[in-house]
Design a protein around this ligand. Sequence first.
Ligand SMILES: [Zn+2]
Length: 129
Amino acid sequence: MSFANDQARLDLRAGSTAVKPALVSAISALDSNYDLTITSVAHGGHVKNSAHYDGRAADVGAVNGTAIGPNTQTWDFVRDAIASGKIQKLGTFAAIANDASMQEWAAEHGVELFVDTGSGPHVHLQVAP
Ligand SMILES: [Zn+2]
């Protein structure tokens, strides 16, 4: 795991009270299969009342060193994150979020998949309250 900024690293460091344990668990599980670059956790600019401020969401900007975008790494990562059983909502750019087969995959796993128009292509991972 790597961090795009110090604040993201601080939010997820051992013993941090800025995040919910379920988020740490979800990120750790996914990071065992992918090298994630975390861009934002409990701080930064997000929509009002965002789950980020509740310590339940993290944004991923790159997977295995490849920026989130229309590439195999991103598609595989989103598929696996949905199937992990640890994510309640997942947001990403429209080409994936609106893809019919990915929407079906998300519905099968009880995950809400939505278009996240926030700052640049990223994957928003959110756990249940
Ligand atoms: Zn987010």
